[in-house]
Write a protein that binds this ligand. Structure first.
Ligand code: SAH
Length: 201
């Protein structure tokens, strides 16, 4: 599956391709979905949530241009798959992830731990980011926000990047780079993610 993705040219960075190859996606899906674990599409993981399609995880890693040693904040742990792919790129102890649904967070924490990934998981509302470990080199949302969350932008270092689906029914993948006098914002194509919960909504 990863070879096909790489050949399609949609994923370019060698580190992203290697990370996708390294993570056993079947460990992250419910047993009855294991047969589809290596199909390139989202799958249900319970609580009305989904594990993102591998190509989307890959595209997001590429767009964030992650490198080894960078500290990364993820909002929306879900089953932990995307966090594991990120951890493969940036290394152990560098990924911090916030999940709104307690049972998902607990399951993901255990799963990541069992698979040997050193990823910090917290239950909470990602609108607040995770101030304790800020500043981050990069951050991303795996759920669609109405606007880029202020707190998450604040918790980036200068030059830090945030990638997030933004919008309600019509969503766009947005990348913001924090600079001295504000943010540089760039929009990519349409995407479809579950809506972000909490916040003011
Ligand atoms: N990265 C995940 C995809 C998860 S789907 C994976 O690889 O499986 C999006 C996740 O965002 C869901 O688990 C949902 O519960 C979570 N979420 C929604 N709103 C949130 C919020 N305000 N803060 C943190 N997580 C949130």
């Amino acid at each position: 599956m990863v070879e096909t993705l790489a050949e399609s040219g949609r994923i370019e960075r060698e580190s992203t391709i290697e990370a996708l190859k390294a993570v056993p996606r079947h460990e992250f899906v419910p047993p009855e979905r294991r047969g589809s674990a290596y199909a390139d599409r989202p799958l249900p993981i319970g609580n009305d949530q989904t594990i993102s399609a591998p190509h989307m995880v890959g595209i997001m890693c590429d767009r964030l241009a992650l490198s080894e040693g960078e500290a990364v904040l993820e909002v929306g742990t879900g089953c932990g798959y995307h966090a594991a792919v990120t951890a493969e790129i940036v290394g152990d102890g560098n990924v911090y992830t916030v999940e709104y649904v307690e049972s998902l967070a607990e399951d993901a924490r255990k799963r990541l731990d069992d698979l040997g990934y050193d990823v910090q998981v917290r239950v909470g509302d990602g609108h607040d980011g995770w101030p304790e470990y800020a500043p981050y080199d990069a951050a991303y949302l795996t759920c669609a926000a109405r606007e880029l969350p202020e707190a998450v932008l604040e918790q980036l270092r200068e030059g830090g990047r945030l990638l997030a689906p933004v919008g309600e029914r019509r969503q766009r993948l947005v990348r913001a780079v924090k600079c001295e006098d504000g943010i540089d914002r760039e929009e990519f194509g349409g995407v479809r993610f579950v809506p972000m919960q909490g916040g003011d909504s």
